[in-house]
Design a protein around this ligand. Structure first.
Ligand code: ADP
Ligand code: ZN
Length: 436
């Protein structure tokens, strides 16, 4: 297997050289942070008044965590370490869990971020010959512009189409013979439904790869995408607080995502105690940005749950790999006293071939009891099939889900195209239980 690199030297750096870079850059990041009203106070409380107080990487643990609310509270300028005249771009989070947070970038910050994204793209095997259709929303969301500039830097032909307008997206794929897509997994599944509904032959398209991210998805969803569309799909992870996409990305091996450790320090903590967990154990991902001056961020609690692989990747990169994100701590549903992540349900239903490309999870209360209703779209042929077969399918889905989460769901089968479609991040959970 050919392993492409953007910057082979950095991507395959031995551990001790990588840690040397991390330490140098951490000191630099502490220096930037001390210039912000927010961190100067926070670091002083932890006894850190100068970059020289960081003697080794282990001193990072003295730095207090930063949480989303800190960023909200110090809006608009509490996190700024440079003059506003040195800020050349602003982005914000999508606001999945409340008020969005705002991020600032200097020219150098954008330069470093763009370079990292070029690295991600090349790691997947995409190259200047490719036609890149960027279907992530442009605007304040980091997914659009972030990958846009990364792809231009690689030298691909970039189609900045943004999200939405599915028929046009498909027309553009045909017109330009697009080879690489950047898209959320949920929207890509919808694209497939649309191709089917319009009777478009896969052979009329030239798709090779999809870079998919911005939302949790299971391995079975990836498989489904790869099989239905006959492409390779690469997981892409990032969050606006840490620049946006490009924190971690899959390489050609597609065995989870390399965290670019010269740009980010990744830690996994126990979300209850805040203590770092053993390597290989799942916990909350905590990230420190080593490359952003204008709005530095240290030990950010992402609320995303994952683990770090202990085995090296076959590609030869030395940057450790982060597992698929199981969900956010605040995504967890408690149904009848049982903790459930939507991804556990998705993992089960997406491997069932009769299940089409969209589903929804509803939780409500019937009397005193919580009730889980799973609505899945199935293929039209099946939908019009015999009642007994539909009953058997319903039962099968029910059992699959119950085997994973020990809750007996109500399963509803729906015709394709009948559940709500999301062109960016999907909102699949509808919880109508009264707030306690
Ligand atoms: P918001 O937090 O408002 O959604 P962002 O747009 O910055 O703002 O989204 C970042 C979040 O999206 C991450 O913290 C994570 O929960 C989710 N996310 C991004 N990429 C992935 C991915 N590949 N797999 C799972 N979740 C992801
Ligand atoms: Zn690899």
């Amino acid at each position: 297997m050919e392993v492409p690199f953007w910057n082979k030297e950095i991507e395959t750096l031995d551990r001790s050289s990588l840690e040397k870079i991390q330490l140098e850059r951490l000191r630099e990041a502490i220096g930037w942070s001390l210039k912000t009203p927010f961190y100067s106070k926070k670091l002083a409380q932890a006894g850190i008044g100068s970059p020289d107080d960081i003697k080794g990487l282990e001193d990072l643990r003295r730095v207090p965590f930063t949480v989303k609310d800190d960023l909200r509270r110090s809006f608009p300028k509490g996190h700024l370490s440079v003059e506003m005249t040195d800020v050349v771009r602003v982005h914000s989070s999508s606001g999945t869990t409340g008020i969005p947070t705002v991020i600032y970038y200097s020219r150098e910050d954008l330069e470093r971020w763009t370079d990292l994204l070029a690295r991600c793209i090349v790691a997947t095997g995409a190259a200047p010959r490719d036609i890149f259709q960027n279907m992530m929303t442009y605007g304040l969301f980091t997914g659009g512009l972030g990958l846009h500039y990364g792809a231009e830097r690689v030298g691909m032909t970039v189609i900045p189409i943004s999200g939405g307008n599915t028929k046009r997206q498909i027309q553009v794929m045909k017109d330009f013979q697009t080879t690489v897509l950047h898209i959320t997994p949920s929207y890509l599944l919808h694209i497939h439904s649309q191709l089917q509904a319009d009777g478009i032959d896969r052979a009329s398209l030239s798709l090779d790869r999809a870079l998919i991210g911005a939302e949790p998805h299971s391995e079975n969803t990836r498989r489904k995408i790869e099989e239905l569309l006959q492409i390779q799909a690469f997981n892409s992870y990032g969050l606006s607080e840490l620049n946006g996409p490009g924190v971690a990305f899959e390489c050609v091996c597609r065995q989870d995502m390399h965290v670019w450790e010269d740009a980010y320090i990744v830690e996994i903590i126990d979300p209850e105690t805040g203590e770092n967990v053993e390597d290989g154990q799942e916990g909350e991902v905590v990230l420190t940005n080593l490359i952003r001056q204008a709005a530095p961020i240290l030990r950010y609690r992402t609320r995303d749950l994952a683990f770090l692989h202990t085995e090296p990747c076959a590609c030869g990169r030395t940057h450790r790999r982060l597992s698929r994100i199981r969900g956010r701590t605040d995504d967890m549903l408690i149904i009848g006293g049982v903790n459930v992540f939507p991804s556990q349900i998705e993992e089960k239903i997406m491997k069932i071939p009769e299940v089409a490309t969209n589903y929804q999870i509803h939780v409500d209360k019937k009397g005193a009891l919580d009730r889980l209703i799973i609505k899945v779209e199935i293929y039209p042929k099946l939908f019009l099939g015999e009642a007994s077969k539909l009953d058997a399918l319903r039962q099968h889905i029910k059992e699959e889900v119950r085997s994973s989460i020990v809750i007996n769901p109500v399963v509803e089968l729906h015709e394709p195209g009948s559940l709500p479609v999301f062109e960016g991040k999907a909102k699949r959970v509808v919880d109508t239980r009264p707030q306690e």
